[in-house]
Design a protein around this ligand. Structure first.
Ligand code: TRP
Length: 446
């Protein structure tokens, strides 16, 4: 087999990992799940999940990945030979494929919106116009699928080249730019008259709105946003060099990811309330709401174009990371070339993507237990497979793996100081798995 590639610089590692974490999850999914689940109380639970459960599991995936230097299935096989642990890897690869199915569709929407912005279609309209514009577009049986195909081809072109070639460089420029632009938008949004109701919705918790199911959603979204629970970070860290400080990288990724999500909320909710829209609007929220802020800004079409381009790029760096997981598994397991593995993944994803896209049009009412295909994929991955994967990964590192291995990886063989190692193992052993289990059981009983 050819030599495994890898990231070349520290900043490249950080930006690529942040590139994987920051994506549609932060800017598209987080606001609409917060909107659907009552606002501030959901935010609070989400933050607790990120820092108490998500962050320790990020480090756990890093430990597994850099130690084993393989795709998720191969990594478990190496570290736990002759056990069933590699099934956690299979579960992850499956989850990756399913997430790609709907993620690619929503990433495709951003491309349509780049062109809508460029052709001045987003100018001088009412809030109701933006809503119907979104619905007309997503219910079209062909157009969104064309965009999905284009997005997957781009992801394919990057992934087939390996790690260093495109992923690193692209992420280094795009991520800081996205963040800057979001800050500007957040200020504009807060200055809208009537924005205070949105700020209240986002920051003033009303716990009566919190259900067991929304706690599971918050937990699942914490995993989704950190790219956690399916071996994505195992795969990325398998390309880290031995001098990368794993705890430090985990802290940085977690903080940046959270900051971007909160900023997205600060942009969206004041606007929602300033224009009398519904925070429960669901997956269309960002596409229907943001044009309202853009058109208030001088030089509006420049802002909106730039925003959708950056959103697209953020989506692409996340898409790549998912694409990479499934590709590296097929490539390393079946000795199929990287190129053909990536092609195979692209094909499978497009197949799923068609049904996801139609879930907004001709297949909207094809439901099982009142969820359509898109909603099923989302639920199955974010609310079931990712938390389950995260629970098993923390159990694996804390109970199965030799603690010396864990310590050596976190400290780069004793070269960097590690504080709170015992507490860390305690959290991974008991707190994280039990919390995930409790949330599962409560919401299943419901
Ligand atoms: N974290 C990304 C986002 O917020 C999506 C993503 C990329 C992901 N890789 C993942 C989600 C792996 C779960 C698992 O948009």
């Amino acid at each position: 087999m050819e030599k495994r590639g890898g990231f070349s610089t520290k900043i490249g590692v950080l930006m690529a990992t942040v590139g994987s974490a920051v994506g549609l999850g932060n800017i598209w999914r987080f606001p609409y799940e917060t909107g659907r689940n009552g606002g501030a109380a959901f935010l609070l639970v989400y933050l607790v999940c990120i820092f108490i459960i998500g962050f320790p599991v990020v480090m756990a995936e890093f430990v597994i990945g850099r130690r084993a230097k393989a795709n998720p299935v191969g990594a478990f096989k190496k570290l736990a030979p002759n056990t069933k642990w590699h099934w956690v890897g299979y579960m992850g690869v499956l989850a990756g494929l399913l997430i790609l199915g709907y993620y690619s569709v929503v990433a495709g929407w951003t491309m349509e919106y780049i062109f809508k912005a460029l052709s001045l279609e987003l100018e001088n309209k009412s809030a109701a116009d933006y809503t119907s514009m979104f619905e007309t577009f997503t219910s079209n049986p062909i157009l969104p699928i064309i965009w999905t195909t284009l997005v997957m081809i781009m992801s394919h072109l990057i992934v087939k080249k390996g790690i260093k070639g495109g992923i690193e460089k692209a992420s280094r420029i795009m991520m800081p730019l996205l963040f800057l632009l979001m800050l500007i938008l957040a200020v504009h949004s807060i200055l809208l008259p009537g924005s205070i109701k949105g700020i209240e919705f986002f920051f003033n918790p009303d716990f009566s709105k919190l259900t067991a199911e929304s706690v599971l959603t918050a937990l699942g979204h914490a995993f989704f946003s950190l790219s956690l629970g399916m071996g994505c970070l195992i795969t990325y860290s398998s390309y880290f060099k031995s001098n990368i400080d794993l705890p430090k990288t985990a802290v940085q990724v977690t903080l940046i990811d959270t900051l971007v999500a909160v900023t997205a909320g600060v942009i969206i909710f004041p606007t929602v309330f300033a224009f009398n829209m519904q925070p429960e609007a669901g997956p269309g929220l960002v596409y229907m709401v943001l044009p309202n802020v853009f058109q208030q800004m001088p030089g509006s079409f420049i802002w909106s174009t730039m925003f959708y381009i950056l959103l697209f790029l953020a989506a692409l760096t996340s898409l790549m990371s998912l694409h990479e997981v499934v590709t590296s598994y097929i490539h390393e397991r079946y000795s199929i070339s990287r190129l053909n593995s990536s092609r195979l993944v692209t094909g499978l994803v497009l197949f799923l993507g068609v049904f996801c896209s139609w879930s907004f049009g001709i297949m909207k009412n094809v439901t099982l237990l009142s969820m359509n295909f898109f909603e099923w994929l989302e639920y199955l991955t974010a609310s079931v497979l990712l938390p389950l994967g995260g629970m098993l990964i923390s159990i694996f590192v804390a109970w199965y793996l030799d603690k010396k291995i864990v310590f050596d990886e976190l400290s780069n063989d004793g070269k960097v100081k590690v504080k709170g190692f015992k507490i860390y193992i305690f959290i991974l052993r008991y707190v994280a798995p039990l919390c995930i289990f409790a949330v599962f059981v409560t919401s299943l009983v419901k």
